[in-house]
Design a protein. Sequence first.
Length: 417
Amino acid sequence: MRKDESAATTSAELRAHNLARLLRAVHGGGGQLTRAELTRQLSLARGTATVLVRELAGRELIEELASPADAPADIKVPRTRGRPTGVPSAHPRGPVALAVDLRDDSFTLAAFELTGRCTVLDRQEREAGSGTGVLADVAARLKIRRRQFGGRVVGTGVAVPSPVSHGQMVQPTLSDWQDVDVAAVLGGRIGEDGLDGDEGPILAGNDATLAGLAEARRGVLRGVSVALHLHVATGIGGVLLSGGLPVTGAHGSAGEFGHMPLTGGSEPCRCGSVGCWELDAGARGLLRAAGQPEEGDRMLHAEQVIAAAATDPGCAQALARVAEALGRGIGALVNAQDPEAVGLSGLAAEMYQAAPAAVRAGYLATLMRFRRPEPPALLPSTLGELGALTGASELVFDAFLTARGLGAWPAPEQKTA
Ligand SMILES: [Zn+2]
């Protein structure tokens, strides 16, 4: 996803290239790195860094603060050669990525600043079943928020509960989302309503893939060379990340780990396959093991089973069984992909925290012998509910923080808001 531009040849290209690199480093560092630290990280000359920072500030892309925006008041900013060095941070009129976490029965819309600071703007619940209705609601809210942020909006990222191929939902959880082109239905390229059509691309990705991307950039998988991330909800999805980049397959739809027969069985699955792992280790599996109906808000009911396991022996037994199935599948995937660590979000994190011994028993049982002395760590998510949203915002910033993306950022006097 993130690509360095090919070699810059002219001095103008080199400058644009370095501006993008510096801005990416500010973004990646979450607005916590001083100018001196960024200069070192990018191997820039101090004078060059000063000029670049001044230009980015002049274009209202960053603002240099005396200390990190989110730092506690008593943190001292390091000094270089006796002089204070500022902290390049998000500009108050700087770029904003809008992000949407789309679910069957609800959606969340948030705005992300350059440094990753997130403000949740809208949360809307809806009766399950009408996918078209949810999308219409999302489009309406997006139109309002684009107008609110005006020229600051550089794109919209959308996390969807479906494998995504070329921007389309290819096998979504709701039938009326089948083959829907997300950008086409949420697009804001409308002249007469006051939008100027410059609010950047609309980029869609699978929710579990984006949750993993977010953990690699800002969460528990940061700095992990090869990471496997698993997100368990009604189904199980995830992503393999190599050097922080998702391995998304030939068509962009890799990571459907829930639809592998990792724990045996021959039951047909909603996906068209049989014996899928998510039938044993997802929310459905947990509800079935606890003898509960699989209707309604399955995630909520599954969470209730996990909470009840502390006092109810039936729920405890169900949790232990499903947690072990989760662990067995993780072991099989680790055998296949040799990650350094495994991130867990959604119900996977909750099950691991509630029944770590059962997950580990399943995990060690299926791991090949040579891996057992040092099994890859299982790491519960630190981003939680914000994972998919954060990943969606990263899609937008990956597209924006390039020489080409920045070229579209208007000079301060040309902005609409
Ligand atoms: Zn399946």
